[in-house]
Design a protein around this ligand. Sequence first.
Ligand SMILES: Cc1ncc(COP(=O)(O)O)c(C=O)c1O
Length: 450
Amino acid sequence: MKRRDLLRSGMAAAGWMAGAGLAQADAGLTTVPAPYLPGPHRDPLDPPYPDLLSMARAYYRHSGYGQVLTLRDQGTLLVMGDREGARVQHAYNGKWYWDCHRIGSLYNLGHRHPEIRQAVMDALVQLEIGDAYYLSGWRAQAAEKLAASTGGVLPGVSWAASGSEANEAALKAARGFTGRRKIVTIDDCYHGHTGLMIAAGGNDGDKDRYLLSYPDEFARVPWDDLDAMDAAVDDQTAAVLLEALLAKNGFKEPSPGYYAGVLDICRQNGALLIVDEVITGIGSTGTLWYLEQQGIDPDMLTTAKGLSGGLIPNAAMLMSQPIYDWFASAFQGHQTTFGGSELGCVATSATLDVVQAPGFLDNVNSLAQQFFDGFQGASFGVTGAGLCLGLQLPEPNNTEALKALFDAGVLAAGSRISDVVQLRPPLILDSTEAAEIIDVVRTTLDGLYA
Ligand SMILES: Cc1ncc(COP(=O)(O)O)c(C=O)c1O
């Protein structure tokens, strides 16, 4: 067949498949289109689609039909409309949900936090993305605050626009600095969805799908297993890359001495330690960085998501003096147009001010205590630190649990480990709101398991 005919038949097949799938998707959505319901803060905005069906059809055709079908089949098809503080509203049926999904830690400070919003709105009078080629005081100021947040242990900052990109920068720095290629990570880890991060990550299906499997360069070991770590790290290892706590297992804290042991193994072999605080950072475990609780200094730390209050993307890789001295000797060790944008850095500075304000983290810790106490004696176990919680289910059916929680008005996150649900309450709750969430979660899951 000629190339032109091949293209034509391919397009016809694609059109047919999309049409068939669309009917299939329609079937499960609704026969009566749900109208768009403007929330209290959305009145001036025209909704892009007036009803759920037309929105889902457009999404299905152009923005990801696998996502539409999966959410529909799970019974968790949410379209976020209005949002405020710890809650979001379904744009088409008006129902409000507690956002304990918070897409990792993006909404640590809840939605549209007034101080971050104000800082960004003020900045918009003069600023925009900015030009990464030139210098910027906003970038310098945010970097200085980040360096100070580590007590000066990690004084160098390289900007990025996402957690994956910050981790890419860290791996580049580790390989360039050490002149070695091998990276050791943890089973079931997730560090992002760019090429190197899929190669480093814990999902073999992704590696196969995108042809990103490099077993000679990336090794994985079980969480909290120092013997396995010791066996994997050698004189060819550039770095160990760890999620500060592993989200997939429900943020289980490691045995005492684990982190110190990993650092020791790295030091003995001339390898670096990179800690990914994309979920655990910015206060969500009760300290600004989880590593503060472990009392060790890594060589690099990555942060993203909540780093800019959920309003503008921003991410960063923080590094020790020797790594900075090498990495920053290039014009830009990591080049990025959107990373470290001026608006992003304004949001980052404001976010760090909010989280480090007196009393803020005290409230996170007392909320965490309230959650742990509130789940005592429930039909499920609780793991984690601060407000990064893992609900350990008695049965491996977290999809059912997530659906039940969704129906009860609580958004939470799943895990490939199917008896784990991640519950990540926003850090700005008051104790009455926390009590309500605890009650709903407990009643719902006890209804399933007790
Ligand atoms: C621990 C961790 N690292 C990195 C990432 C990737 O961040 P991003 O989606 O901003 O690329 C994620 C995203 O969920 C994450 O959970």
